[in-house]
Design a protein around this ligand. Structure first.
Ligand code: NAD
Length: 363
């Protein structure tokens, strides 16, 4: 099979969908790998590394799309890429179809076979191609929170860990899943006073077992949230109800409970956010102030740490890409129920029910 990797064209996106080692594995398995020139530069991966791995470098995205049987990408195809995608071509990437009718219609019209990282579900019921990006965003949320609590960044001027004789920052994490647990772990390492809220008792029990002593585990209800907002210097939004818009846990009115100069990092903003005043921002303009509370709502946080994120993503996507390349699309789908869960659009037909339902399209 010919596997093609174009350079990402979405704004603030520095990742690439294949590492040099991945190119080498595909070539060793008998496939041809075509990479667009400079596609790895944003992640610190040079053209020479891909050539050494046996890939063929081409100058334009057009050359990649016109030759490849399977396109490996990171972000959903952008409108300028739609016309490059051919009927029957496999496109394996993050799509998040439910967020865009234009993208969904564009892929239906292209006749491509769309495998979405974000819906691939393994036998344990987890989403293994989404997890690494939640790990990155969770850990990064504390790094960003620490920065924006500094006075020159409009924060209160608080050091996350305090110092002997001065209390550390109070951190409230709404949602104790992948993002929340990773945020808590990093915040605990900073010596902050960490509080994780969740509604899943099994999850709370697990977190209580594994987290260090400066992490409190609390059941999330309206009273607990309001009390936490009064204490918090930093609030991390990390809730998720799979397939649905994030539940709104903090209203605009609630912001008045918070201290001036406190910071909200709403990681869940990509699912609509769990703070009423959240709206998506970008890395070039990440924050805004409402009612003296600094909001950071970047919808693609992992993009800023492209090198780490590229390695984290490719570690988990390569085995699936290899499987599709080795077996071909129909056999790999027939033999893998997991891969079937990644299939969202097949040659003009939507094959994922929630996506079809979102836009009232035939399923
Ligand atoms: P997850 O499913 O692992 O965890 C979500 C947790 O929220 C679960 O434990 C669930 O019980 C809990 N929850 C649900 N309703 C709740 C409520 N009312 N109160 C408290 N807890 C509640 O999900 P995740 O992988 O941690 O992802 C969290 C969010 O972060 C998602 O919206 C995801 O898309 C987003 N995300 C954003 C970025 C970014 O760049 N902004 C990157 C990665 C993930």
């Amino acid at each position: 099979m010919i596997v093609g990797v174009p350079k990402e064209v979405k704004r603030d996106e520095y990742r690439i969908a294949l590492l040099p080692v991945g190119a080498e594995e595909l070539v060793r398995a008998g496939h041809k790998v075509i990479i667009e020139k400079d596609a790895g530069i944003g992640s610190g991966l040079t053209n020479e590394q891909y050539i050494e791995a046996g890939a063929i470098l081409v100058d334009t995205a057009e050359e990649v799309f016109s030759q490849a049987d399977m396109i490996l990408k990171v972000k959903e195809p952008q409108p300028e890429e739609f016309p490059l995608i051919r009927k029957g071509q496999i496109v394996f990437t993050y799509f998040h179809f439910a967020a865009s009718l234009e993208l969904t219609q564009g892929m239906i019209d292209s006749g491509a076979i769309c495998l979405a990282y974000e819906t691939l579900r393994d036998a344990r019921g987890t989403l293994p191609l989404l997890t690494p990006m939640s790990e990155v965003a969770g850990r990064m949320s504390i790094q960003e929170g620490a920065k924006y609590l500094e006075k020159p960044q409009m924060g209160q001027g608080i050091l996350l860990g305090g110092v002997p004789g001065v209390a550390p920052a109070h951190i409230t994490i709404l949602g104790g899943g992948i993002v929340g647990a990773n945020a808590a772990k990093i915040a605990a390492g900073f010596n902050a006073d960490v509080n994780i809220l969740d509604i899943n008792m099994d999850r709370l029990r697990y977190l209580d077992d594994v987290m260090p002593p400066n992490v409190n585990v609390l059941f999330s209800d309206r009273h607990v949230i309001r009390h936490q907002l009064q204490l918090a210097d930093l609030v991390i939004g990390a809730v998720l109800i799979p397939g649905a818009k994030a539940p709104m846990l903090v209203s605009r009115e609630d912001l008045s409970l918070m201290k001036p100069g406190s910071v909200i990092i709403d990681v869940a903003v990509d699912q609509g956010g769990c703070i009423e005043t959240s709206k998506p921002t970008s890395h070039s303009s990440p924050t805004y102030m409402i009612d003296d509370v600094l909001h950071y709502c970047v919808a693609n946080m992992p993009g800023a740490v492209g090198r780490t994120s590229t390695f984290a993503l490719c570690n988990v996507t390569l085995p699936w890409a290899l499987r599709v390349a080795n077996q071909g699309i129909e056999k790999s789908l027939a033999q893998s129920p997991e891969l079937q869960t990644a299939l969202n659009v097949h040659t003009g037909r939507v094959t994922n029910k929630p996506v079809a339902d979102t836009f009232d399209l035939p399923f």
